[in-house]
Ligand binder design. Structure first.
Ligand SMILES: [Zn+2]
Length: 468
């Protein structure tokens, strides 16, 4: 009978547990079906290490189910694990301690599951070390550990606190696509070569304080409701990262690459020499783009385009008013002269014809002031509502420009974004301006529609021109 654990290293060990057609050796049997005490099980593991170490052979412990707590602390500096050891797909059902262990050969923990706290502190990993796809269901401590060769933590899941305080990564380390679900501490860690956190997910407290590193790659990483313990997150690469509402309050993001990043909310953030996308979608970038610089000029042109038709209309109606008044005066003076016509028939005719001439040249006229006609109060349509909205829109723009200009000035002098503040109109910061901006955006659309409507009406007005 062969062990059914689909591993090919345990063939020489007898079957200790069978279930239906499945048979298991002592290493792969479920945690309460080993048939020996937990202490004896651990001894078996140590015997394998000692045996393979003598043979200078790789030790495969792939898929081993560790039923209870186990400590490898005896494999310290004077008793090093001098062979490659493979714990991949292993399950550690209780606490495991590698405190002070020296791995001279490679240490492979790919897809291993740590069901309880894992102590990997003060460990010397002298060769390749991999935790690809490993899962730490409880806390894990790597503090003061030394990674002398490549370390791989790709797709590793840290469900609880992860502590890498004072850890030293001499060669490159890759945390790509790892999940830190309850914070991570890299305080005083040293990254002497490349360090990648690309596509990693961070939640909770992120502590990178007093680290020693080259720029760290956080490309396309996600910071979900994370908080940065250390304000200095400068120099690193965050392109495509999603900050998902994490607070950037008082953070130092100078010399970073923030291009294509999402979910940023600047809050008194130091951004000297930071690379920020030209079309950044964060609220502060939107405000400063809309109410200062080139867009300001664009909107001024738009404002003039909005006013021009009204200006033209005013001139036209004032002109018409003058001609109507002079027409009325002429008709009146002709009427006075016509009273003196001797022939009754002729007098009646002239007076009759004169009475038909009205100021508006139509059978009936109604008086309006020039202002009423310009904003369209004389018409059935509700154009005047649009006109009022446009006036409000331009008042909003003026207020926003008036507040945002000085904030931009200050930012360009100190390289620090304004604080976020609150919706309270008297608070410091730019948050209170956001509702005004959103309303103004709606009015902007209305303004475009009105402008197009004006353009249509004016260009399709019919004129009568003499034929040559
Ligand atoms: Zn087996």
């Amino acid at each position: 009978m062969k062990c059914n654990a689909n591993q090919n290293w345990c063939g020489e060990h007898e079957i200790v547990y069978s279930e239906d057609d499945n048979h298991y050796c002592v290493f792969h049997a479920p945690k309460d079906k080993k048939g020996i005490s937990n202490e004896d099980f651990n001894k078996l593991v140590f015997q394998l290490i000692d045996k393979n170490r003598k043979k200078k052979d790789v030790l495969l412990l792939k898929g081993t189910i560790f039923p209870d707590a186990i400590s490898f602390e005896q494999y310290n500096y004077d008793n090093q694990i001098s062979i490659d050891i493979n714990f991949s797909e292993a399950h550690f059902h209780n606490e495991v301690s590698f405190h002070g262990t020296h791995f001279t050969g490679g240490a492979y923990f790919d897809h291993a599951t740590f069901h309880a706290n894992a102590h990997l502190d003060n460990v010397n990993f002298n060769a390749m070390t991999t935790f690809t796809g490993a899962q730490f269901k409880q806390e894990v401590h790597f503090d003061d550990s030394n990674f002398m060769n490549n370390a791989v933590f790709c797709d590793t899941i840290f469900n609880n606190k992860a502590d890498f305080k004072n850890a030293i990564f001499t060669d490159s380390v890759d945390f790509s696509s790892s999940h830190f679900k309850n914070g991570v501490k890299f305080k005083k860690a040293e990254f002497k070569s490349d360090c990648h956190f690309s596509k990693s997910h961070f939640s909770g407290k992120i502590d990178f304080s007093s680290i020693n590193s080259n720029p760290i790659y956080f490309s396309n990483a996600t910071f979900h409701k994370a908080s940065f313990v250390n304000p200095n997150m400068s120099q690193h690469i965050y392109n495509g990262a999603n900050f998902g509402g994490s607070s950037l309050m008082n953070l130092d993001l100078s010399n970073t690459d923030l291009q294509n990043s999402k979910g940023i909310i600047f809050d008194n953030t130091y951004i000297k020499n930071a690379k920020i996308s030209r079309n950044a979608r964060d609220p502060w970038s939107i405000l400063r783009r809309n109410y200062s610089g080139t867009l300001l000029i664009f909107h001024l042109v738009l404002l003039i385009a909005f006013i021009m038709p009204y200006f033209g209309k005013t001139l036209l109606w004032v002109g018409i008013n003058q001609s109507q008044e002079s027409l009325t005066r002429s008709v009146e003076s002709i009427r006075i002269r016509a009273e003196n016509i001797n022939s009754n028939e002729a007098r009646e005719f002239v007076l009759g014809e004169l009475s038909k001439i009205t100021p508006c040249l139509a059978p009936e006229c109604k008086e309006h002031t020039v202002a009423e006609v310009i904003i369209g109060l004389d018409k059935e349509s509700k154009i005047w509502i649009l006109v009022v909205l446009l006036i409000v829109y331009n008042i909003f723009r003026t207020i926003l420009t008036r507040f945002i200009g000085p904030l931009c000035d200050e930012e360009s002098r100190h390289y620090t974004t304004p604080p976020l503040g609150s919706y309270n109109p008297f608070s410091e910061g730019y948050k209170k301006l956001l509702p005004l901006h959103h309303m103004s955006q709606v009015l902007f659309l209305v303004s475009i529609v009105t402008f197009l409507w004006h353009a249509w009406v004016w260009s399709t007005a019919i004129l009568w021109l003499p034929v040559k």
